[in-house]
Every structure is written in C-alpha cells, then in structure tokens.
Design a protein around this ligand. Sequence first.
Ligand code: ADP
Ligand code: MG
Length: 849
Amino acid sequence: MTITTNHRFLGTCSVLGAAVDFEGGQIRGTVLPPAACHVVGELKPAQMMGRKNRNKHLTRMSTRKKVHAFVRVRPTDDFAHEMIRYGDDNKTIDIHLKKDVRRGVVNNQQTDWSFKLDGVLHDASQDLVYETVAKDVVAQALEGYNGTIMCYGQTGAGKTYTMTGTTENYKHRGILPRALQQVFRMIEERPTHAITVRLSYLEIYNESLFDLLSTLPYVGPSATPVAVVENPHGVFIKGLSVHLASQEEDAFSLLFEGETNRIIGSHTMNKNSSRSHCIFTIYVEARSRTLSDEKYITSKINLVDLAGSERLGKSGSEGRVLKEATYINKSLSFLEQAIIALGDQKREHIPFRQCKLTHALKDSLGGNCNMVLVANIYGEAAQLDETLSSLRFASRMKLLSDCPLRPTMLPWQRMVKNLEKELVLLKQELAIHDSLANRSHVNYDPMDEVQIAEINSQVRRYLDGALDEIDIINLRQIQEVFNQFRVVLTQQEQEVEAALRRKYTLIDKNDFAAISAVQKAGLMDADGHLVGESDGQGFGLGVASYSSKPGKKTKSRRTLKEQLSSPAKKEGGSSPVSGKDMDVSTSKTQLTPLSKEGDVKDMILRDRETSNIETLPSDSPKEEPRPPRPSTPPSKPVAFEDFKNERGSEINRIFKENKSILNERRKRASETTQRINVIKREMDVAKEGLSAQRSLREKQGEYEKKGLIIIDEEEFLLILKLKDLKKQYRAEYQDLRDLRAEIQYCQHLVDQCRHRLLTEFEIWYNESFFIPEDLQAALKPGSSIRPGMVPVGRIVSLGEDDQDKFSQLQQDVLPEGPESISFYNAKVKREQKHSYLKSTLGLSKAQRK
Ligand code: ADP
Ligand code: MG
C-alpha cells in the first residue's frame, strides 16, 4: 500500500501529538487501516557512508537542505537489542515491537517501523556528536547563516548532556561550550574582520519567559517582564539581557552563570528544569575591518534544550504536573507545525505566535536557517513508546523540502545605522574612560577654525621658546599639532627665502653662465669661495651641493640625519662622523651679495650666533666624569652591568620594583584561580547532590498542598550551600578579573621600563665608546637628535629570572586537563591584544574598591 500526502496534512495530523511517519512511502509490517497514522518512511537502498562522507554531506547542507535530523542513543546496560536495530548506513534505525497477544489473533497493531535520518549516533563521543551535528552550523553562522540546533526527547534521554554536557569534565562538555570555542577560534583566524559575539540565555517555563543571565550584577533588576516582541527587523526578546563576550573566557563564565541559575531556579522556584525549554543564543556580527568590502553580516546560533517530550498529561496527572505537561505538549506540537509549515512553499501563514517557543525562535526555524534536530532516545524496552514518538518527530522534520539559503546580509542603510550606533557607543565608552582618567572635558569632534588657529599659535610659541610643552589631548589634536608644525615650517622657509632674495641673488650651481658672469665680476674666486672670506667659516662654503637645489631640500636634510645616526646603526663600529661632514651638508645655497660687503658679514655673524645658541649645553642632567675610553669597547653584556650601576641605576631600580609587583600579582592570580577551581568543583558536587535529592523526592511523591512543595532539610541546606558557593565564585572571579587587569597594567609598566633601560643603555654605550666627544656636544639632550637608537632587545639579556616564566605558566595552564591548554593559550593571546585603556579601566576599578 502506498500513501501519498502533503505537508499540510502532516501538519494537521500531528497537532495533538498524533504520529505520522511517511515520505510518500511504503508501509512495512501489518496492514494499516486508512485512519491509522502510524506509517513508515520509505527506505532507499542503504548507502554506506562513513564519517568523512557524512561531513561532506553536511557541508553542502546550507545550500540544499533545511532541516537535518539525527538520533542519539543514550548508552544503557539494558539495551533492547531485539527491538532496536541500526542499519549499516549509520542512518537507519528499525524498531520492532512484539505483538500484543491480548488484542487477539486479528489485530491491526503495527509492529515494525523503520526510520531513516541523517545519522544515527550510537555510542558516539561528545566530540563526534559535535563534529557531526554542530560544527558546520556554527561555521556557517560566521558566513551569515542563522543556525538552530535543538535536542528533542524524553526526560533523561540525554538532551542536556548533548547540549551542555557535564561541567565537571572538560572532555564531556557539550555543544554549547564547544560552539563558543569554535566561534572564538574562527574569530582569531579572521583578523581582517571585526566580529562581535553576544550571548543570551532564555528559559521558557509554562509559557513564561525567564532570563537566566539576569542575576549578573551589571544587568540589574529588569523593570519590564521578558516578552517576545516583533519589529520590522525581526523578532527579539524584550527584557532579555544580551551580553558582550569579548573573549572565550567571558563566554564561558556567562554560560556557567546561566547553568547555575537554571539549577537554582529549578529548586527555589520549584520548576523542574527538564520541564522547561532553554535557548542559549550566540549573536554574531561581522564586518570587514578594511571597509572596502561592504559585506556586513549578522547571524545567530540558537542552541535549544527542549523540555522533556514525554506525555505526562495522559496518565491522570494533575495540578502543576498537568499544567506543565499541557504546555509542553502544546509547545512541542506547535514547534513541529511551524517547522513543517515553513517547509511548505505554498504556505503563506506560519503559525509562530501560537506559543512562546515558536514565537521566540521565529527567525531561526526552517526558512532561511540551518536547522539541526537531535532526537535523544533511551535504548531500553520500557521506553519504547517515547522512543517511537521521538523518532517520528525527527523523521517528520527530515521530510522538509530543500531550498537555498541566503546569508543574512544587511542592506547598506542598515549597516550605516548600525555603524552610527556603534560610533555613539564608542563615544560613550570614550567618555567613561576620560572621566575615569579625570579628563572629562575632552572633545573628540573635528576641529573648527578657531581651534586650529589656537594650535597654530601654540606651535609658534613653542618654536619661539615661549611655551615649554604642548599638552597632548587626543589623537586629533596631536595630528593637528603636526600639521601646524608643517604649516609654520613652510611659512618660515618661504620667509627666509624671501628675505635672502631681498638681499642676495641666488644662483643655481648648475647655472654655469650665471656663475661665470659673477666670477667675471670678481665677486667669487674660481673655487667658488666668496672674495674676502677666509675658508672654512660661516655658511657660504663653496658651491652648493646638487641636493640643495629647490625641490631637493628634503634629501639634503635626510643626509644630515643619516650621518648623525650612522654610528648607531653600525653597531659597535667606529665612528665615520666628523664635524666637517656636518658642515659640508649644511651649506645650501651659494650667496652672492647684492649690496655692500658689510651686509654679508652681518649675516654671517647672525648665523654664527644662531648656531652658538643651538650648541649651547642645555640644562640637562650633569654628566658624571667619565673614565678614559678603552681602546676596544667592552662587550655589551659586560657594559650593561656597568650601566645598571651607573647612569641606569635609577631606571633599573624602578624596573626591578615593577617586576616584583608584577610577580606578586601573578602569584595572587594563580592562587585565586586555584580557589575558583576548588569552588567550581564544590558547586558541581552540590548540584549533583541536589539533583539526587530532587529525583528522590519525586520518586517518593511530592507533598504538594495548595501549590506548596515541602522539601526536606537536606535539600534546603544544599540549596543554601549552592547559593553561597555561587556567591563566593562570583566574588573570586571578580577578584581574578581585577587582578588580571592589574597584571596587564604592571606588565605594561615593566615593558616600558625595559624599553627605556635598553634605549638609555644604547645611548650610553655609544656615547661612552664610539661617538667622538666633540660631536657629542651637538647631540646633547635637548637636541632632537639622539644617537644610539638601535633596535632594542636584540643584544642583552636582562637576566630576568625563570620564576617569571614559571608563574606565568602556572597562571595560564589551569589544572583542567591537558586538553584545555590550547584553550587557555588562545585566551592569553587574546588578552595580549587588550588595549592599554582597558587595563587602566580595570585598574581604576580595582583601586576604587
Ligand atoms: P535530559 O536532559 O534529556 O533529561 P540528561 O542529559 O540530563 O537528560 O541525561 C540524564 C543522565 O544521563 C545524565 O546523568 C547524563 O549524564 C546521562 N547521559 C545522557 N546521555 C549520555 C551519554 N550519551 N553518555 C553518557 N551519559 C549520558
Ligand atoms: Mg535536561
């Protein structure tokens, strides 16, 4: 017998949990009356498909299939081998039921079912489950495809184990933590993109919405109840806190917070955690840092742990349990209807609003979304009813038609809006940093003419010596200061040239006709020297170099600089620099007096005065008397020791001090980390105890009176203990964060000191052993030219103790098993990227405490 149907029929048929399983398919087993809804999905020839192929298949899924359905079987010692069989293709699961003889010889009871899904996960590790079920969905989220992964099945079948996993064992972590890890790993692999990750954790219990992250200190009590709201851009949950997770570690602590709240909530508010739907959402927003690429992607990954699908309502339950069961049955069948309706191209209206679950997931079901369903089943004979029901649900999902997916890319208008929003946010952030640093009056808007004029005047006063320094305010101001320097410099050059032209005729040295004319007039000798001037004095020496031609000025200037810094570049080499070289390059233009000789002399005199001023010793620290120079300079490591006792002693002292503070902070952080781990373990133990107590209570039958549940003292004490542990955990965690910020800050200081120490050493080394003393006068502090600027860190080992490295290691590798090392390494890498501002913020927070 062959039955054909359409999805609409499927939808209607399944509303009240009536089960229908077919794919225009054949029925195996006993004859079925037309009214019966138990039908079998048609089986195509089994294809052997290894894991590799399965993954390949999944990769293509985004553009082809809408919903993928897998079944995961919970391991049990009491597996019903004679009733449950797996096909060789890893995709088929057959159920065989013995005929109920009480129904008589002729009965229409069906006894065989065969379900073909996208994969059967039997004895599968958490690793394999993640690879098969979630990896591609998460990967595609970063390409802009929404993704939803749901676990469906009766209570105890392993939904939470699949989704969250066990928190006490890193290896048994579930899809949630692994998805977070994958997202952050992918972000790291894409430095060209600015990607933000936000998280929320929603619980739906009896059609009420709860924010599992509302307990975080910075969320505060929400004034509005959590509700599903729609606007033209889509559906969102009003009142649900969404948290930025800038690194993996933040994301993990948010997840743990939510998990703990889920368990505490289930006890204090007396809602059974397996009777509620939990939706953990990862919101991803990505845009290219280069902005040349207008792609702007937003997507979300919903990880849904559905309420237990067992039908409690039917067996005479009453009160709270009945209410729960009714809500769950309704929401699960509405979920099914919505997904099926989405798969029907002809369907216009999709019944999303029928319940909170479908409404909240409106833009993440079917449609333009990668969807994966995991049906968790128990392999025991006693559970076969529920197993069948779960498999039916899964195979109906799998029937949905194929359709291409489009990434959720935003139109440019919306992208501009979002960027504007981000700009406002960043400005606010900046304002916070400024107020923390007592810089509340800083303005970051573009400068107007008046402000620019003020900066110009500052620069002039600075050049005149009337102003000692120009305060740094912000980047814009610094850039403008440089700009005005250029403006002033250009103006002065023009003024000088104009002044010279008023007095002299400037002759291009390549203009031989002009030169010979002047020579003929007797104003200059054949070597180009001015008549009446003694050689080697003043500025007008000989013929100007080619580089001094107009337009070549920069080259000439660079030559000077190069010559000054060359000894430093030749590390440890002899000094090629002499005063004469400098003089030659300062000669720029050949000057011929227009008027009386006296004018020339005046000018030379003035020039000498100016150069005298320039070479006057500045009021820099007095040099200590230096011992005579050795003929061969000492090696740098030896010299460095001397330097640390001599000129570098003060910096070295500060450097050491900072380092010891840093080490002390690191030690504290390591201790705090260990305490956190201990608390975490205790929390896990308490959680387990609570679950045990709870199931015991449920087994013994709850004492329920007028909606009040009586729990025994032990359970009550456990709840209190868990609460207390959580409080401790939070406090310690906060301490750790603050400590890390401090460590970063101290590290920054240590780095700065180290840099300074090395730079000063290089200067000292060159001054002491290489640079001719006469030249040093020209290079005194106060002059903008300092020799010895070789790359630091290349030559000397600062002799930093190994303790440093050890405590760093201890800090980084938490005792969570060797598998987690890469995870913590990734975290440290991210931390290193943190800006200086962030650490100051953390430090000031810690100081305010
Ligand atoms: P559900 O969320 O469906 O009610 P749980 O995930 O809480 O079920 O699973 C019930 C118990 O079974 C838990 O103790 C869990 O650790 C265990 N469990 C479930 N699935 C597996 C599995 N695949 N491997 C090992 N233990 C499992
Ligand atoms: Mg569960």
